[in-house]
Design a protein around this ligand. Sequence first.
Ligand SMILES: [Fe+2]
Length: 376
Amino acid sequence: MASAVHVEPLPRAEGSEVAFGATVTNVDVENLTDADFEVLHKALFTHQVLVIKNQSHASPRAQYALTQRFDPTAGGSYGHGATLDAKRSVLHPDLKTIPHQPQVQVIGHGFVAEYEGLRDVRLRHPHHRTFHDTVIPDEDDLECTRFYRWHIDAALYGLAPPVATTLLAVRVPAGRTQTLRYDDGSGDEMRVPLGTTAFADGEATYDLLSDADKAFARSTRVEYAPHPYIWMSPAKSRSTGLGLVSQGRELPASDLPPVDPAAVQVLPMCWRNPVTGRLALQIHPSAVRRLHLADGSVLDDLEKVRDIVYRLQRPGIAPARVYAHDWEEGDFVIFHNRGVLHSVVGAFAEDEVRLFRQCNIAGSAMPQGPEVAAAA
Ligand SMILES: [Fe+2]
């Protein structure tokens, strides 16, 4: 039976250059047919971010099942595995696991008395003051915000990056807007809904590069730090949330858990979309450690590595290129984690309660690089 699922590209606001994202209607994630999933699968790799409205009823089990379907041979463990247990990880405070569906995490802000088997949970929306090197002054904090941390959902050590991440907005506080500041001397800023999730299209970021930079990006591989989220824990971010400043604060190997050299990841700088064949510039800017260049040399100078990556990625997060989703309760968003970067945004007041469910699953294989299709 043909699917009735309808996919409509997001309307483009005036002045916007966002050319990704779609709204999906006539679909129930709790009761998906094979034909429905086929439409969602093609749409995800075509549009990168899918917004499905009115899915408040979706169970954690259905969320997990749909997420897993995008990578059916994956083992089914959460994208970060058990690494979040490390108390020193920068990710640790932000996620609570649903006891009966451990691949699904609860994230948000404020106190929740009971939800899906979790009791007396105090959620904390990450605030840039805990991570950025410079901060917005307290008196501007209610009105102004920043991108907290641009990233790919990935352990980047051992486990392969998840293909897709799903987010369900269970509770969303009444809407207001904030001014998002880049504070990098560019004067860039954008008006965003409170607590938006911001997306930047890695394929558009690649397309923006000069021919020389494209050739560099296609032939360079990125080595990630072992135990990256522990390694980076004392370090601070640039004001754009796009990678770290270099102050020598990263933990030395002697302060990390034991490192298995086989778990260290050296991934292509460009990842190929398995459906469209397009390349995305996909680098986790905070976790990058070294660059492996086409001539076989390895660039080890961390500050230089970060400056190169920043120069390549910064155009892709310009205000006109960022999609800032305006969350409503029941929104179920699926994003192609191997084709976009995303960031938490915003600062909530203590009484603004927000409750989301997030799911992703460690990939069954590493992302394809540029060379795969070239050989086909
Ligand atoms: Fe994330």
